[in-house]
Design a protein around this ligand. Structure first.
Ligand SMILES: Cc1cc2nc3c(=O)[nH]c(=O)nc-3n(C[C@H](O)[C@H](O)[C@H](O)COP(=O)(O)O)c2cc1C
Length: 341
């Protein structure tokens, strides 16, 4: 069985990596709207991912202002000694460099460029950034070179398989290697695909074999068995967990063999209740006003697809007040899975 050494042995960054080489890190994925510093701290305290990522930090074209005060608070937060990777999304090399320098001045040690977000042309993200960079890859060399020159610690790229061509990634590997990228995180779907279909972890295996860079495998890992399977299939240097972790924080512990591979239905209900209640408390401290706290909690709840608890999750998504939300949480915490009226 694959063993995951866990945070104790993987805290010391070396050679630009936020983990000890060979330690098979389990990383918490960047998730815009979700993996804010309150949620990251909860994960660090409860299940100690080996590496955590910020949500993407938007870097607007033409901006030379570095980071906003709010972004500086996010990127400086490295609780419990767990390495934090700060992710930037943007397309303007000068602005990205200014943001990277601002992040480093605020204490960031590891920077990552988003080359995967499928909403790179929209209101959410600046210019043709994120996954849209794969649609115009001629912009990538100067961006990578500028960032590599500015980043004093680790510099990584989180990338999709391609824009339309699921094998595009293979043609980009010499570029990533040549421009001094330290590691890659690969979500093996195309940008056009969004979240449809399945991630192609056979492609991840091919990429692992085709590059000397460490590759972190990401995509649709929601159980310990799947995580171990992806690692065995791909030979990846580690795993990144997104939606699976947000809907089951103990997935980290399950993968390390420190929690049952699957919880009982009652145990799952209690765990989710405890997790969401802890988030309520932390979100009250981070966000302003009950409406925003409720909105942010619902962002998490949206990513808990659990057919056995569908009724209570439907109620949590619909409720209009935090006190109603807390009322539904009690049902989860009791471990009962009765249908709501
Ligand atoms: C709501 C949401 C927000 C996301 N935000 C980001 C982000 O800020 N940066 C990024 O690189 N990827 C982002 N992603 C992609 C995830 O990091 C991850 O690559 C993807 O969800 C596949 O992994 P998973 O199946 O483990 O969730 C986001 C995904 C979702 C569902």
């Amino acid at each position: 069985m694959t063993t995951f050494p866990g945070a104790e042995t993987s805290r010391v960054p070396r050679d630009g990596l936020p983990w000890t080489p060979g330690a098979q890190p389990l990383m918490l994925a960047p998730m815009q709207g979700i993996t804010n510093r309150a949620l990251r701290r909860l994960f660090v305290e409860w299940v100690r991912p080996d590496v955590v990522f910020t949500e993407f930090v938007r870097v607007r074209r033409g901006s030379r202002r570095g980071l906003s005060a709010a972004d500086r608070d996010e990127v400086a937060d490295e609780p419990g000694g767990i390495p934090l990777v700060v992710q930037l999304i943007g397309v303007d090399a000068g602005a990205l460099v200014a943001a990277a320098q601002g992040a480093q001045e605020a204490g960031a040690r590891h920077l990552n460029l988003n080359v995967g977000c499928p909403y790179g042309y929209g209101r959410m993200t600046p210019g043709s950034s994120g996954g849209a960079l794969l649609g115009a890859p001629e912009a990538l060399p100067s961006i990578l070179r500028a960032l590599r020159g500015a980043v004093t610690g680790g510099f990584s790229v989180k990338v999709r398989a391609g824009y339309e061509d699921p094998r595009q990634i293979l043609s980009l590997l010499p570029l990533f290697e040549g421009e001094g990228v330290d590691f890659l995180v690969l979500h093996p779907r195309t940008v056009r695909q969004g979240y449809a279909g399945q991630p192609d972890h056979a492609l991840t295996a091919e990429v692992v074999g085709a590059t000397r860079l460490p590759v972190i495998a990401n995509g649709d890992i929601v159980t310990a068995e799947e995580g171990r399977g992806v690692l065995a299939q791909t030979g990846a240097a580690g795993l990144m967990l997104g939606r699976g972790a947000v809907s089951d924080p103990r997935l980290f512990e399950r993968l390390r063999g420190r929690a049952p591979a699957r919880p009982t239905p009652e145990g799952r209900s209690r765990e989710l209740g405890r997790y969401l209640r802890a988030l309520v408390e932390r979100y009250r401290n981070l966000f302003c006003g009950e409406d925003q706290v409720l909105y942010k909690l619902k962002e998490v709840v949206r990513h808990v697809p659990d057919p056995e608890l569908a009724d209570v999750f439907r109620d949590l998504k619909r409720c209009r007040t935090l006190s109603a939300f807390l009322g539904h949480l009690r049902q989860l915490e009791s471990g009962a899975q009765q249908k709501s009226p």
